[in-house]
Write a protein that binds this ligand. Structure first.
Ligand code: GUN
Ligand code: ZN
Length: 425
């Protein structure tokens, strides 16, 4: 067992933060050999229970759950910062040409290394990731994640129409490849597979039907896609699927809405869409830096809370502009401020942090597994340095309470704040 003495942040079931100013985190293997949190609480209350365990003294730092990125594209690591009028020209001019390079397995492996390095440097310990349509891109990412012991959920993109040569796949082959990849990777160690229709406009009804059949056959597997991101995209989806009640309903019609289904963006929804999210147990990956960068719109937090469906935060790199959860949380704050019915929300720092940790884990159906530091959770955590920059040091020393400390980190923080990222202990 290992123990760490530090300030510690974790979350209660009601989403509120639990903060120990002088805490102890004890990690070690559970009965099945997984490295988990064995105990957490006040140092004064716990230390005597672990007499033989060496305690690493991290006072002055803050231990927090590893961040969970609910939606990210590993092959878009180098697409970050590609400007376009909006989503569709961005896909056509930058993203599809770039993703076609992942037909080369060696290239995919190189980028997988850079991608996982970036996640870890930024304190992200679990991600739900798109690969490309090339099955070897999944092997590249999963193989690299397995070597690092990372909890990674990923899938081969399905896109058998309205996609250029080099990324377009074949309907039957894409479904056979998906099933083979599920069997190769899902549930092996900390890896999970996600059935990944890119978005309804890039998939034929036959491909969506096949994806839905696989989702029914493998209920433990995740599903990920995009929905209601951009007005041109929505118009196109409605033209292609005129019988569906809404863009979101297309996915439901093909059996792609259930627990463990994560839809990126979910911006231009009506209340029936929100009710469908709630009824099916699907969750939204809120991607504020992407939505601001591509001019897509604003996630409606008030609508999500009013109807009550699950959501969490995501970088959506490379539409998103940063791997840093701090940047994403700050962008989410702006979206709460500006994107709602006036006068707008002031999302609390605890709520923002929850959305990128325990809330995102709950959206994945992994509450109590990752995204938190309650006993039994997997021991994925970050050690944060509240003095990482001169301005942060000035600001955090003046923080009078937890909200002020967390807000200082959200507004001024980036990868420099991440002193260490612990994967499974
Ligand atoms: N819709 C379909 N593909 C994509 C993608 O790669 N990024 C984003 N943001 N939206 C999409
Ligand atoms: Zn995306």
């Amino acid at each position: 067992m290992k123990a760490f003495r530090s300030a510690i942040l974790r979350f209660a079931d009601d989403r509120s933060a639990v903060y120990e100013e002088d805490g102890l985190l004890v990690t070690g293997p559970d009965a099945t050999g997984r490295e988990v949190v064995r105990a957490v609480g006040a140092y004064s209350a716990l230390a005597a229970n672990y007499p033989g365990v060496t305690v690493e003294d991290l006072r002055g730092k803050l231990i927090a759950p590893g961040f969970v990125d609910l939606h990210i594209h590993f092959p878009q690591t180098d697409v970050i910062g590609s400007p376009a009028e909006g989503l569709l020209p961005w896909l056509e001019n930058y993203t599809f040409p770039h993703e076609s390079r992942f037909a080369d397995a060696a290239y995919a492996q190189d980028v997988a290394t850079v991608f996982l390095d970036e996640l870890q440097r930024n304190g992200v310990t679990t991600a739900l990731a798109f690969c490309t349509s090339h099955p070897s891109s999944v092997d590249a990412l999963m193989g690299a994640a397995r070597q690092r012991g990372l909890r990674m959920i990923a899938g081969k993109v399905l896109q058998d129409r309205h996609s250029p040569d080099g990324v377009r796949d074949d309907t039957e082959q894409s479904l056979a490849d998906t099933e083979a990849l599920i069997n190769r990777w899902h549930g092996h160690g900390r890896l999970g597979y996600a059935i990944t229709p890119r978005f309804a406009p890039s998939c034929t009804p036959a491909q969506l039907r096949g994806a839905g059949a696989l989702a029914a056959k493998y209920p433990g597997v995740w599903i990920q896609s995009h929905v209601a991101e951009n007005r041109d995209e929505i118009r196109w989806a409605r033209e292609l699927f005129p019988d569906a009640r809404s863009y979101l309903a297309v996915y439901d019609d093909f059996g792609l809405m259930r627990e463990r289904a994560i839809y990126a963006h979910c911006i231009h929804f009506d209340d029936e869409d929100r009710a469908l999210m709630r009824a099916t147990g699907a969750a939204a990956a809120v991607s504020p830096t992407s939505n601001l960068f591509l001019g897509s719109g604003f996630f409606d937090y008030e609508g999500a809370e009013r109807i009550g469906f699950r959501y969490g935060l995501a970088s959506d790199v490379g539409g998103g502009t940063s791997f840093s959860p701090f940047h994403t949380m700050l962008a989410a704050y702006y979206v709460g401020r500006e994107g709602q019915t006036k006068p707008g929300l002031s999302l609390s720092p605890q709520a923002l942090w929850w959305q990128h940790t325990a809330g995102a884990a709950q959206a994945l159906g992994l509450d109590g597994v990752v995204g938190n530091l309650q006993p039994g959770c997997e021991a994925d955590f970050v050690v944060l340095d509240p003095k990482a920059t001169p301005l942060l040091a000035r600001k955090t020393v003046q923080a009078a309470n937890l909200d002020e400390l967390l807000f200082a980190l959200i507004v001024l923080g980036d990868d420099r704040v991440i002193a260490r990222t612990h994967i499974a202990g």
